[in-house]
Ligand binder design. Structure first.
Ligand code: HEC
Length: 126
């Protein structure tokens, strides 16, 4: 059986659809993100969660725009798929950066639900 790839319960992807934002969102649904909420994702994205940074600190409050790394000052390409067709097309890259950035901002990994909500928020931007 070509089984669903399930890494630590973080991401289940159906290979044929994995390489698109929708496919990655479907993967989160399959992994347990029941009701996906863009407003909840926006809230997570723009809040500091008690740390010095929010996601917006580097990706700006408008993820359709280019970002700027809060410490290195390096340019960051837009995060919203509507502004950057490369975003959310590579599940491994998405997981790597969610892991790193959620740790930096929330002090822990984001849950499948949180990742689904953030992705839904980013996909809602036009
Ligand atoms: C300290 C700066 C910084 C903060 C804060 C930050 N990011 Fe990032 N993020 C980056 C950098 C750097 C990259 C990788 C470079 C790139 O992809 O342009 C990245 C890439 C990503 C990617 C990869 C998407 C893809 O398909 O390429 C996702 C998803 C992401 N960030 C989500 C988040 C979320 C969610 C938060 C808040 C929890 C967050 N980031 C906070 C700097 C940051």
């Amino acid at each position: 059986m070509r089984s669903i790839g399930l890494a630590l319960g973080l991401l289940a992807v159906v290979p044929a659809f994995a390489g698109t934002p929708n496919g990655i969102l479907e993967g989160y649904r399959a992994a347990g993100a029941a009701t996906v909420s863009a407003p909840r994702g926006e809230q997570l994205f723009t809040s500091r969660h008690g740390s010095d940074w929010s996601c917006s600190s580097c990706h700006t409050g408008n993820p359709l725009a280019r970002g700027r790394h809060a410490t290195t000052g390096k340019d960051i390409a837009p995060l919203a798929p509507a502004a950057n067709a490369e975003r959310f097309t590579d599940p491994a890259r998405v997981e790597k950066w969610f892991r790193r950035n959620c740790n930096d901002v929330l002090g822990r990994a984001c849950s499948v639900q949180e990742k689904a909500d953030v992705l839904a928020y980013l996909m809602s931007l036009r």
